[in-house]
Design a protein around this ligand. Sequence first.
Ligand code: PRP
Ligand code: MN
Ligand code: MG
Length: 181
Amino acid sequence: QSDVSGDIASILLTEEQLGAKLDELAAQIDKDYAGKDLLLVGVLKGAVMVMADLSRRLHTKAEMDWMAVSSYGSGTKSSGVVRILKDLDTDLTGRNVLIVEDIIDSGLTLSWLVANLRSRGPASVEIAAALRKPDAAKVDVDVRYVGFDIPNEFVVGYGLDYAERYRNLPFVATLAPHVYS
Ligand code: PRP
Ligand code: MN
Ligand code: MG
C-alpha cells in the first residue's frame, strides 16, 4: 500500500513544534546578521525542508545556494565517506556563509563541509541545523543554531529519508520495525 501512515511508529516532533522553533532561530539569525550579507548554503537533499521554512522566516537579505554531499548512501549508518555530488555555484570569497542542515548525526558530514567551505576564503562560516543527536557524535561540530537535540534513534521526515523515502513527511518520526525488514 502507498499510504505512509502505517509505516510511522511515533511522531517525535510535530509540524507545529518545528515551526515554532524555526521562528526562534530565524529571529536570532536576523539579529546576528543585521547589516551583513548572508549566503544560505543548503545541503541536499535533507536540508530542503528546513531551508524552505527557515529562509522564509528571515527578514535579512539572503542568497541561497546548494551543495549535494552524501555520507549515507541508502542505508541507515554513516560511512564516514563524504562525496561532493554537486558543488556550489557561488564564489565564497568574503561571504558570510550559513550552512543549513536537517540533522547532525555523527557530525562527519558537517565537520568535513565546514573545513571545505572555510578553505574558500569566506568572511564567516556558521551552521544552522534543525536536529542534532548528541549521543551519536563522533566529532565535535560547532553549531551556532540548533533546533532540537534528539535521542540516538533513526528518524525520518522533514527532509530526512530512509532509502530516499519519507522525506516529504511534515513531521519528524520513527519508523515501524516492519519497514526495515
Ligand atoms: C544525512 C543528513 C545529514 C547527514 C548527517 O544526509 O541529511 O546531511 O546525513 O549525518 P552525519 O552527521 O553522521 O554526517 P545523507 O548523507 O543521508 O544525504 P541526504 O541528505 O541526501 O539524505
Ligand atoms: Mn543530508
Ligand atoms: Mg539520507
